[in-house]
Design a protein around this ligand. Structure first.
Ligand code: NAD
Length: 273
């Protein structure tokens, strides 16, 4: 997809202040019409894109609710007649918590949002996207979908799953000769958002993780720019900030990762409990 001008882009988790909000702004600034949903307030994003003069549709949706996803997809298609790009961005982190303390309810909650939300939203638009002359789906995994991290077991599990789903769908499409729908797996490293502070469980490392994101992370606007560029250039895997470095580390040192991660945490002053 060479240009987004005049296209219709859908972004889940497009309200709020994070990567989703920046994606909606980036698409609108390039002349794309935008549809977005969020469980959070939608007003900020609406104000942010006012000046671009593109068409917009916004709906309050809990992405864990499969009926709400179907309704959203129907409403978007009714509003615009078609869509061209889907970005599955909505996501949460369980927070700083070791596996012995994570409950089944914690696992279910994050899986319903981060994993089932992506699958169901993709299913809701997939058949339609196959009919478009040129279309794209980008799913936001994480570097924690490549490199396992401690105290984030449930988060990593969902992000590995999103990577598996997205990579499998891309290969299937490619083998089937489907050329009009590109599928992209996005692996952000650190991005300076409030995802850590918004997590259900705050632990001794939460402030540290949050600080790392703010100090070392790309801005949400930079992240959105890289994602749009990756789609334009038809990159299968899109890396943000230290995403590429973490990918290389996971490949080079699969058996000694725990030592490197433990050492890095100690050097950064993060408590190991
Ligand atoms: N910030 C990072 O460093 C980072 C790194 C890797 C991956 N990611 C991924 O990027 C995506 C965006 O995260 P972010 O950092 O912008 O965080 P964020 O918390 O700023 O944004 C997440 C958005 O998803 C929305 N959301 C949460 N639960 C929802 C639900 N049930 N239904 C609908 N919307 C819901 C939130 O309201 C928010 O607007 C997530 O999938 C996250 O896992 C972030």
């Amino acid at each position: 997809m060479k240009s987004f001008k005049g296209k219709v882009a859908v972004v889940t988790g497009g309200g709020g202040t994070g990567i989703g909000n920046a994606l909606v702004r980036a698409f609108a600034s390039e002349g794309a019409h935008v549809a977005y949903c969020d469980i959070a307030n939608l007003n900020k994003t609406e104000k942010d894109i006012e000046a671009f003069g593109v068409k917009k549709y916004a709906e309050h949706v809990d992405i864990a609710d499969k009926e709400a996803i179907k309704r959203f997809a129907d409403n978007v298609l009714k509003e615009f007649g078609h869509i061209d790009v889907l970005i599955n961005n909505a996501g949460i982190a369980t927070g700083d918590i070791s596996f012995d303390k994570v409950t089944e309810a914690d696992f279910e909650r994050i899986t319903n949002i981060n994993y089932w939300g992506v699958i169901r939203t993709t299913q809701a638009f997939y058949h339609h996207l196959l009919t478009r002359p040129e279309a794209a789906i980008a799913n936001i995994s994480s570097t924690q979908g490549i490199l396992a991290a401690p105290y984030l077991v449930s988060y990593c599990t969902t992000k590995f799953a999103v990577r598996g789903f997205t990579d499998s769908l891309r290969v299937e499409n490619q083998v089937r000769g489907i050329k009009n729908l590109s599928i992209h797996t996005v692996h952000p490293g650190a991005v300076a958002t409030n995802i850590t502070l918004a997590a259900d469980h705050q632990g001794p490392r939460s402030q540290h993780f949050h600080k790392v994101l703010q100090e070392k992370g790309a801005s949400p606007a930079e992240a959105a720019k890289i994602i749009l560029k990756g789609i334009r250039k038809n990159k299968s895997r899109i890396f943000i900030s230290d995403g590429r470095a973490q990918d290389i580390m996971a490949r080079l040192f699969p058996s000694s990762l725990h030592k490197i991660i433990g050492l890095m945490m100690k050097m950064q002053g993060a408590e190991i409990t």
